[in-house]
Design a protein around this ligand. Structure first.
Ligand SMILES: [Zn+2]
Length: 304
């Protein structure tokens, strides 16, 4: 080995040693990092991730809600978390930056497992159709006078307005023959339904009879009534059965509003103002609302 060769060998082994030293000293080669920062998430994003909404944000706590759950996160003194009034865990790291609250992302799975499942009911189908609601009498025509002194026109209007409200909620187009205490001719009431080509006309009255013991509701159709009129009458009669009143069922009569309307038409006699018990019931808003609900339910059954 010549000097030149010796030098090369020495250099090579020195290099190996150096490389070897470096490997042993720094192995495994990992770049030094600061400790992994805990991932945080804004409270609004946390709510979204869990299918909740922020319903309240106070200096002490935040409330997140959906239809089945209430989550309260205390952002002070230890930060406890309550899901549906049950303490589930501490919030851990809480950061407040510029008025925003940030929490650990690790809360997402922990909260998710504590939440009740939201059962989504199918949205009730919007109904379509035009209904004319006719509060009987009005203005100079008070209708029957109850044994307690009040007049039929008042009860009719009150129930009819509530029926209209309930039907509109269901998506039906509603037109009333009167919306206050004024007189409307019978011909004009029928004409409103005919002009609109209404799918149903419902006249609302309260009954009276010389014999005060008589009580109950009656649904009328014209003597020559279409099958649609009868179907509507039976639907309303059925649902009114749930009010607890005695039922006279579906009957026929020659009332002008029934014979003058071209489309399906029914007349509802809510109960007897000549009977003390029924008059007392018919005077109360709560019973008027119950009757209105029954009439509206019957109408909806007819449209279904
Ligand atoms: Zn009447």
């Amino acid at each position: 080995m010549g000097n030149r060769k010796k030098l090369l060998v020495l250099a090579a082994s020195a290099a190996m040693v150096i490389v070897g030293c470096q490997q042993t000293a720094d192995s495994p080669v990992v770049e030094k990092q600061p400790p992994a920062t805990e991932q945080i998430i804004g409270v609004y994003d946390l709510a979204r991730a869990l299918g909740l909404r922020v319903s309240e944000s106070k200096p002490t706590h935040v409330t997140l809600k959906n239809s089945a759950n209430t989550v309260t996160i205390f952002t002070i003194s230890g930060g406890q978390i309550y899901v549906n009034s049950k303490s589930i865990c501490g919030a851990g790291r809480i950061e407040k930056r510029a008025g925003h609250i940030y929490l650990s992302k690790s809360l997402i799975p922990r909260l998710r497992s504590a939440l009740r499942i939201v059962t989504t009911r199918p949205k009730p189908r919007r109904m379509s159709g035009t209904v004319v609601i006719d509060p009987g009498h009005g203005g100079k025509d008070p209708g029957a006078r109850s044994v307690l002194g009040f007049y039929e026109k008042t009860v009719n209007l009150s129930v009819a307005l509530e029926v209209a409200r309930l039907l509109e909620q269901k998506g039906l187009r509603v037109r009333m023959t009167r919306t206050d205490d004024y007189f409307v001719e019978l011909e004009d009431r029928a004409a409103i339904a005919n002009d609109l080509n209404a799918d149903l006309f419902v006249s609302i009255h309260a009954d009276s009879f010389p014999k005060s013991s008589r009580r109950g509701y009656t649904i009328y159709v014209a003597r020559v009534a279409s099958s649609s009129s009868r179907r509507a009458a039976y639907a309303i009669s059925r649902s009114m059965g749930g009010t607890g009143l005695n039922s006279f069922g579906v009957q026929t009569a020659g009332y002008h509003v029934l014979t003058g309307t071209r489309g399906p038409a029914v007349l509802v006699e809510l109960g007897y103002l000549s009977n003390r018990t029924e008059a007392a019931l018919l005077r109360t808003t709560s019973f008027q609302d119950r009757l209105a609900q029954a009439v509206a339910d019957g109408i909806c059954d007819y449209f279904n």
